[in-house]
Design a protein around this ligand. Structure first.
Ligand code: ATP
Ligand code: MG
Length: 396
């Protein structure tokens, strides 16, 4: 058992000692059986939230209406969720009703894929009601029960299917693919934020190319407006042979570049994907640097506007798209700059005013000129010299 399970086992045992069942469930069991690192632990229990709170001294109601209570144990928080069934799904996403149940079987039945419907008790014994172990060993994503029904209930599961295929380098079972085909249009009902999370995980997974091809073949690629908007660029990616992307920013820079977006389009399109302003800014910077690199116009000022992260990102994009890019010398050019940001300039506005310049737009202009001169190596980054240069300009 992984260290995280060993650490959490006493919590599960305490629930058992009180007369209830408790299991590790979902992604953490799957990843444990695959020997992958865990990022979170989910615990499912037959105890109702009030019963969990009676067993443990310290708990936090993190989602009590859905049955989730966090148990605080030795400075660690463990999310436990009462076994539940779901019904309704009027909006193709959220169930209308969540019902707590005492049977683990009912809880596992509502889960999306067989590999995600495994449970493990604190002694490491696996509960496998849907042959999830067989699928895990064979590398198959298979819906629990009827794929068509399960995707109709919750259309997000379709994005999860292709995301897991990419992340785990698994194939999707034919009946499940058929379910994707039949229900693809329902993806338009899903919130952009949810699609975005799955799409990024797909693009940062082990095998994005076949997953994108599958999205294309099943109609998922054109199902949601945000996806349809980037489909032309994604189609170009379906033929690449290396995949050096490791960060969300590079994913979106590739999307921007392959779709031929300009600065304005990047803003509009990525806002429609509900990306954060910080991420959009980074994409803009990477794309700007990338364009300059591709046209051989990376001068000192372009380099100054970049950063090591931006250069590495632009390099990954170039590599993916089969363009040559000398990352080492690009990074060297950046490191060799006399200064790397405005704060490192040896003079500031206050000092220029003391030296006799008037506050206002002209002052900003003067500072900018000094910055350019220092970055390009025309002037040394030396306070007296810079003040001298600024006051001499003033007199001319
Ligand atoms: P990740 O490694 O990305 O966290 P995960 O499988 O743990 O993958 P979560 O979103 O954390 O995914 O969900 C935990 C578990 O809850 C899943 O393994 C699955 O059993 C169940 N689950 C999550 N989303 C759905 C869904 N849309 N429909 C059915 N079951 C779901
Ligand atoms: Mg998880």
């Amino acid at each position: 058992l992984p260290a995280e399970f060993i650490a959490a086992a006493p919590v599960l045992e305490q629930i058992e000692a009180a007369g209830y069942e408790a299991y590790f469930v979902g992604g953490c069991v799957r990843d444990t059986l695959l020997g992958k690192p865990l990022h979170d632990i989910d615990i499912a229990t037959s105890a109702y939230p009030s019963e969990i709170k009676a067993i443990f001294k310290k708990t936090v109601d993190t989602g009590i209406e859905h049955g989730t209570v966090m148990i605080l144990d030795h400075g660690q928080g463990y999310e436990t969720t009462t076994f539940r069934t779901e019904s309704g799904y009027q909006d193709y996403r959220r169930p209308d009703e969540v019902t707590f149940v005492r049977s683990i079987a009912e809880d596992l039945k509502r889960r999306d894929f067989t590999i995600n419907a495994l449970a493990m008790n604190p002694r490491g014994e696996v509960i496998d009601l849907f042959d999830g172990m067989t699928d895990l060993n064979a590398g198959i994503i298979r819906a629990v029960g009827d794929a068509n029904e399960r995707f109709n209930e919750d259309a997000l599961r379709m994005m999860r299917a292709v995301r897991f295929a990419s992340q785990l380098n698994f194939t999707i079972d034919p009946a499940t693919i058929d379910g994707l085909r039949q229900n693809a249009p329902l993806l338009s009902k899903i919130a952009v934020e949810r699609i975005q999370v799955e799409f990024e995980k797909l693009m940062l997974g082990q095998q994005p190319v076949p997953a994108l091809q599958l999205m294309d073949q099943t109609g998922l690629l054109m199902a949601a407006p945000v996806l349809a908007a980037i489909a032309p660029g994604l189609k170009q990616l379906m033929t690449v042979s290396t995949w050096p992307l490791t960060t969300p920013a590079t994913v979106w820079t590739v999307v921007a570049v392959t779709n031929g977006w300009d600065h304005q389009q990047i803003n509009t399109e990525l806002k429609s994907w509900k990306l954060s302003n910080d991420l959009i800014k980074l994409v803009q910077a990477q794309r700007t640097y990338y364009q300059a690199a591709m046209t051989g116009t990376v001068d000192a000022m372009v380099s100054f506007a970049a950063s090591e992260v931006i250069i590495r990102g632009a390099s990954a994009v170039a590599q993916l798209l089969g363009h040559s890019f000398d990352e080492t010398s690009a990074l060297q050019q950046y490191r060799d700059l006399p200064i790397h940001n405005q704060r490192e300039l040896a003079v500031n506005g206050g000092q220029l005013i003391q030296a006799g310049l008037q506050p206002g737009p002209a002052l900003g202009q003067a500072l900018k000129q000094l910055l350019t001169a220092v970055v390009t190596g025309e002037l040394a980054n030396e306070t007296t010299q810079l003040i001298q240069a600024a006051t001499a300009d003033e007199e001319n």
